[in-house]
Design a protein around this ligand. Structure first.
Ligand SMILES: [Zn+2]
Ligand SMILES: [Zn+2]
Length: 496
């Protein structure tokens, strides 16, 4: 492979390879596509020196369309550059969550470690404060179980680490993976003051008592045997210290140099931490769950992998209501609980981007349904049925004609309430929950309502009798930051 790639780079495809690298870096999708159609093997090209592939460049610059194009052209998704970094690490370093999402759909390996520091993609995301990327990286480990958060709060080492079929040992191992020097993702987030990452990491099982070790290679300015609280004390962020203490960090823990977190704070002139690190009564006893905890992500990701997630627009039959969020694609998933239907892409986007605190009656980590605000902990796949399906005439006219005249003038929420009422009056189950579907409400038009109750169906948009309204169911080579760089920043900040 080595010789082949050198020969390939030198003679065969170096010019085209460099063009592909430029296209990947600059986000020129058409150029990248044309080059790959001309020669799909160009996807495996790598630059001299840094050995960055086009995939690395596209990932580091956040061009997720090109990332999926390259993966579909057959490039190894876990390809490493000279420093052992994968495209996933680079996307996490720069916080390009759409790239991370794409790489996770294609099942990139989150366990790879880089050659410089032994850090995983989670370390890169935590170091730079990208909670959304951490959430995506843990997609396959955080189950959509309503009691997940409560369980994780009360878990102890000797407990059975299972919720239903999900063994949480793997999650805890992944989150507490140690890079060189015993540094965990929580250490990195604590040092750099990334509150959102700390909250999320603690919710998914990060340990506040992991300590760093002397390994002879890592430059550790804080000292071996340091907990995340020592690191937070050095970093100087008061909220980080408070959260760690509230979640059980010990303020009297000493590292191998005999320093407590308070002493570390003094050395680094973090005087404002004195109260927090000396008298725990200053710290609120209860810390609320991270708004980045997202329980339905596992279910929607597995649906996206199985059935695809792209929508081209116009893939909806004229007789079917489209996804109520994008109004483009047909519905492919249903929220568990309220049964509202969405397309996979919108549900995935919702799970990835939502960072509102959980709604009161729902469990922490549930996200609100975009249509009715019901807390959702998982999505289920719905059968793709024939777009035209006969519905009983009676139930159709009953449900819709009763409401059509009022719909056009009502605001959506009111209209929705009307439909819900008529649904509950109607004994037929054929229009169940989707009767309350806002998109349907908005599409209703009195002009199309030609039905007389019990004689002919009322039709919205599609005027065929019996037609179904809806189914019911460059930074790469010179901007690289490494752990010591983070320390440099701290040092600079402390000395200024
Ligand atoms: Zn949609
Ligand atoms: Zn809903």
């Amino acid at each position: 492979m080595g010789l082949f790639s050198i020969v390939g780079n030198s003679f065969g495809c170096s010019a085209s390879g460099e063009r592909l690298v430029s296209a990947a870096r600059d986000g020129d999708f058409q150029e990248a596509k044309a080059l790959l159609e001309y020669n799909p093997r160009l996807a495996r090209y790598s630059t001299f020196g840094g050995r960055n592939s086009p995939l690395h460049f596209a990932a580091a610059r956040g061009h997720h369309g090109i990332v999926s194009l390259l993966i579909e052209s057959g490039v190894d998704i876990n390809l490493r550059n000279y420093h052992g970094q994968t495209a996933l690490m680079q996307a996490c370093q720069y916080g390009h969550w759409e790239v991370v999402q794409t790489l996770m759909i294609f099942q990139a390996n989150i366990h790879k470690t880089d050659y410089l520091n032994g850090g995983t993609a989670i370390h890169f995301a935590a170091l730079n404060g990208h909670a959304r990327c951490i959430r995506l990286l843990l997609t396959d480990y955080v189950p959509g179980a309503a009691k997940f958060w409560d369980f994780m709060q009360n878990v102890s080492v000797k407990d059975e680490l299972c919720i239903g079929d999900h063994d949480l040992r793997n999650l805890i191992d992944v989150v507490n993976h140690k890079a060189d020097g015993g540094i965990t993702a929580l250490h990195m987030a604590a040092l750099n003051g990334h509150v959102e990452c700390i909250q999320l990491l603690l919710d998914v099982g990060a340990s506040v008592s992991e300590v760093t070790v002397e390994d002879g290679t890592t430059i550790d300015l804080i000292g071996a045997g340091s907990t995340p609280l020592h690191y937070a004390a050095c970093g100087g962020n008061a909220v980080c210290c408070q959260i760690l203490i509230a979640r059980g960090a010990c303020i009297t823990a000493k590292n191998s140099s005999g320093l407590t977190p308070f002493m570390v704070a003094q050395i680094w002139h973090r005087n404002w931490l004195e109260e927090i690190l000396c008298s725990p009564s200053q710290v609120p006893a209860q810390i609320s769950p991270s708004p980045y905890l997202c329980l339905p992500l596992m279910s929607i990701m597995s649906i996206a992998r199985e059935r695809g997630w792209r929508t081209t627009g116009g893939d909806v039959s004229p007789c079917m209501d489209p996804c109520a969020v994008c109004l483009e694609a047909s519905c492919t998933v249903a929220a568990e609980g309220c049964h509202h239907e969405l397309c996979t892409r919108c549900a995935l986007y919702l799970c990835t981007t939502n960072n509102t605190p959980s709604v009161a009656p729902g469990p922490p980590g549930a996200i609100p349904c975009p249509l009715c605000r019901t807390p959702v902990v998982s999505f289920t796949m719905i059968a793709i049925a024939s777009p035209v399906r006969s519905l009983p005439k009676r139930s159709l006219s009953l449900t819709l004609c009763a409401t059509c005249p009022s719909v056009s003038s009502d605001p959506p929420s009111m209209a929705s309430a009307h439909l819900c009422r008529s649904e509950s009056q109607c004994s037929s189950s054929s229009l169940r929950s989707s009767s309350c579907h806002p998109s349907m409400v908005l599409n209703l038009n009195p002009v199309f309502c030609m039905g007389v109750p019990e004689t002919s169906p009322c039709i919205s948009r599609c005027s065929r009798p019996g037609a179904s309204l809806r189914r019911t169911t460059s930074q790469l080579d010179n901007g690289r930051r490494s752990w010591p760089f983070a320390f440099n920043q701290i040092t600079a900040a402390a000395s200024s």
